[in-house]
Design a protein around this ligand. Structure first.
Ligand code: GLN
Length: 552
């Protein structure tokens, strides 16, 4: 561990879903705004090695890092708030920790010792925390412990972080505990008892939180703050509130207004300039003051769970903030609405259409129909990964005349496999092994719209998919107006396509949403929203003129 790195541990109490990841990331943003370098780690106490195999229904989005790790969606918050890239080192799970300890045991690394949770598992956890500090050489490392204090699963992690101050010095560590103050309407007050109990549970295992952040639905009063400080053994200045905000990018500002960042650096003995938060303020103002509405229809099957498309929704919001328009997202269920009129009626109401990534055949025909609808009607369209694949399937079927064209993922025996596995992949039986994951370069073709969007020829984008566009059909697609606008040179794979003759119709095999940042929107999302806003204005102007006509 570099002696210069200071570590902040963030634990959660009382309930899950308190927005611990966003609060931790918000603090990261503030410390960065003070000129410090910040790295963030998420500890997930589940036994899966990573969330790659988990259903987005249950777990939300899988966030992909540049080095191809499938990680928790909190890493997305970290990247968006700190504008720093993460890698596989930034996310650890119980599964990874046990996996590596058991491997070491089999190799004989423990020299005959009885291998136990303490010290072997806890040492492994600490070594991973120290490794991230070493590799990033950050001034501040923020470690978020998933789950809630009191869970059986998180015990070894809490024990490990309890030990860290003994290894690196108490003056180099800070413990922050995020809790909930429930509001009881009958009593008309916020209750502090669950927080007291949660802190008691932490203290039983030897952790005294330095600061407490209280999530509340109504404002916390001074009396409640005093009570928490007294019973949780902290100073009053160390009790902060986290109320619900309309825009998540307000979180750093909300924490800054309570001088959380100042308290943190003072506690850790770091001298910095004040946090420069003007850009965050300007961003939040732009988002809040926008009035011109732009509606994006997101056609997917996981639409029930908001978190499944987290990074996409955020990237759309970044684009909307850039243009100063108000983003409205309509979730269009590709499974329930079918592939006919009912679906088109829904799509009629939106200004632009986005089809995100996905796996499996369910809802596919609805997505193909939606992509085709966008092509026919001239509505701006953005297809991401699976979204691009269905756009090409639709184009092959309806423009190139290749009836029944499909991806072999959905129809193995299709006569026209527009999308399929490459021969080199077919040999590999292990499903996980054939996935293209992480960042790959792509060369953009001169004269294309996307080349103009990016403003450069060489780009790098993150991937997470198994199937690829079949080069056999490339020329035929091009002849009919579907331009291959960028390829991965090394294996000549199609990475991005666009319709020449359409206001904005783009499909990409990669996931640009992972690289969009609030203060630096991704060019494709920026320009997609730009096209959507233009479409919305035309519709507005169209209906206004028809009213005039009627009146006239
Ligand atoms: N299911 C498709 C594939 O594996 C698309 C994956 C995705 O959209 N992430 O290629």
């Amino acid at each position: 561990m570099p002696t210069t790195t200071k570590t902040i541990f963030v634990t959660g109490g009382v309930a899950s879903s308190l927005g611990k990841g966003i609060a931790a990331a918000g603090l990261g943003a503030l410390l960065r705004a003070r000129g410090l370098t910040v790295a963030m780690m998420k500890i997930d106490p589940y036994l899966n090695i990573d969330p790659g195999t988990m259903s987005p229904f249950q777990h939300g989005e899988v966030f992909v890092t540049v080095d191809g790790a499938e990680t928790d969606l909190d890493l997305g918050h970290y990247e968006r708030f700190t504008h720093e890239e993460t890698t596989r080192t930034n996310n650890i799970t119980t599964g990874q920790v046990y996996d590596s300890v058991i491997r070491k045991e089999r190799r004989g690394d423990y020299l005959g010792a009885t291998v136990q949770v303490i010290p072997h598992i806890t040492d492994e956890i600490k070594s991973r925390i120290f490794k991230l500090a070493r590799e990033t050489k950050c001034d501040i490392l923020i470690v978020e412990i998933g789950g809630t204090v009191g869970d059986i699963e998180s015990q070894p992690f809490l024990e490990a972080i309890r030990q860290v101050p003994h290894d690196v010095g108490h003056e180099n560590c800070l413990f922050l505990h995020l809790t909930l103050l429930p509001y009881l309407s009958a009593a008309g007050e916020l209750k502090t008892k669950p927080t007291q109990h949660s802190v008691k549970a932490l203290r039983e295992i030897g952790i005294q939180p330095d600061g407490i952040i209280c999530r509340t639905e109504i404002p916390m009063k001074e009396a409640e703050r005093k009570k928490i400080a007294l019973f949780c053994n902290t100073s009053q200045q160390a009790v902060f509130k986290s109320r619900n905000v309309d825009v998540i990018y307000e979180v750093p500002l909300m924490l800054h207004d309570q001088a959380l960042d100042n308290w943190v650096v003072t506690k850790l003995g770091i001298i910095t300039h004040d946090a420069k938060v003007d850009d965050w303020r300007a961003l939040v103002d732009r988002i809040k003051s926008a009035s011109e509405e732009v509606t994006i229809g997101v056609v997917g099957k996981y639409v029930d769970l908001q978190d499944s498309y987290k990074s996409i929704y955020e990237a759309l919001a970044h684009g909307a903030a850039h243009h100063g328009v108000k983003l409205k997202i309509t979730r269009v269920d590709s499974d329930g609405l079918g592939a006919g009129q009912e679906l088109f009626d829904e799509l009629d109401k939106v200004d632009a259409i986005l089809i995100p990534g996905g796996f499996g055949a369910r809802g596919i025909e609805g997505k193909v129909a939606a992509a085709d609808y966008a092509r026919r009607t001239g509505k701006p369209f953005f297809g991401i990964c699976l979204g691009m694949q269905v756009a090409l399937i639709a184009f092959a079927r309806h423009v190139c005349g290749l009836e029944g064209a499909n991806s072999t993922e959905f129809d193995e025996g299709t006569e026209y496999p527009i999308v399929g596995l490459m021969n080199s992949q077919k040999a590999v039986l292990d499903l996980g092994g054939t996935m293209r994951l992480g960042s790959y370069p792509c060369k953009l073709r001169e004269g294309t719209k996307v080349r103009a969007s990016y403003g450069k020829q060489e780009i790098r984008e993150r991937h997470r998919h198994r199937y690829e566009v079949n080069n056999k059909y490339r020329a035929q697609m091009e002849e009919h107006g579907m331009r291959v606008a960028g390829v991965f040179d090394e294996t000549d794979l199609v990475e991005i396509v666009e319709l020449a003759d359409h206001p904005w119709y783009v499909g990409c095999q990669f996931h640009p949403e992972f690289q969009s940042r609030p203060l630096k929107p991704h060019p494709l999302f920026r320009d997609f929203i730009g096209a959507a806003a233009k479409a919305a204005r035309q519709v507005g102007a169209g209906s206004a003129s028809s009213i005039e006509e009627t009146v006239g």
